[in-house]
Design a protein. Sequence first.
Length: 320
Amino acid sequence: MSLTADQTVEALRAAGEPTRLRVLSLLAGEELSVMELSRVLDQSQPRVSRHLKLMSDAGLVERFPDGARVFYRLSSDHDARLLIDTVLDLLADGESETDHRRLDDVRKERETAAAAYFEQVAPQWDRIRSLYVAETAVEAAIERAAGSGPFERVVDLGTGSGRMLTLLGKKARMSIGLDLSHNMLNIARSNVARAGLDRVELRHGDIFSTRLPAESADLVLVHQVLHYLADPAAAVTEAARLVMPGGKLLIVDFAPHDIERLRDEHQHRRLGFADDEIRRWLGDAGLKPSAPIALPPDKDGLTVIIWTAQRPAQAARKTA
C-alpha cells in the first residue's frame, strides 16, 4: 500500500533534521542500539531517543526491545524504505563520512571482543553451550527437522566446533563448514576427522558473504549463530540464497529471554528472537517457513527454537 499524502508529509518532517538524517544513514547499514547511536553521534542517549521516537512514530524506523537494551532498524515497509532511500540519495557524498568512520570503530571493537571470546572458549565451546540447554534433545530435534536425507550438499554457517557436520555429515554426499575463527576451525577439523568424515570442507568464511553459489545446497544450517550478529536479517538472507529448490534452511537459536549477563560474559548481541521476526525474514528471502519447534530447558534457562523453511520447488522452476 502506498503512503498517503499526510503520511508522506509526516515522514518527510520526521526525516528533515540533520541528526535524524545521520541516524537514517547509519541504520541503512545495520540495526543499532541507542547506546551505539549515542556514541557515534556524540549525543546523549535521551536526545538520541527523542529523535528515534519521532521517526518511529512517523514509520521511518522500527523499535524493538531486547532485554534491557533497545535496538532500532529502518522500517520494513516497502514505501517507507523507498522514501528513505530517496532522501539519503540526495545527501552530498561524504556528508556522513565521519559518522561511518565512528561506526566502523564501534564495529571493530565489537568484533575484536567477539573474536577474543571465541578464541578463548573454543576448546570448551560445546561444554559452554550445554550449560543452557540439553544438547541431546536439541540434536535429536535437529535430525528430525532436517529429515533422513541423503543430502547432496550440507552447508553449516558459523560451524564452530563442527558439531552439526559430525551430526549430519554421514547423510551428505559432501558438507561445507564456514567460520571466522581459525581456532574454531582447527577444533572442527579434529572433530570431523575423529568422526571419520572425509567429504567435508572447512573454510574460513563470513556468514554475510559466503561466496558460495546460489541455490547450491539442499540443507543449510545456522546453529546458535544469529544472537552474536549485528545484522541477523542479512545473515538469514545470505543463508536462504544458498538453498536449492526443494531444499531446507534450519535456524537454531534462543527464544526471547532477559539474561543480560550473556551480553558481557558470552558476547551475545541479541537476547533471542521472536517467531514472527524470524518468519518474516525467511518469507522475505523467498522461503516458506514451517511451524517452529520449541525446546524448553529442563530447569531454569533458555528455550531453544528450531525454525525450518523450504524453497518451493515449483516456484523456483517458474523463475528459472
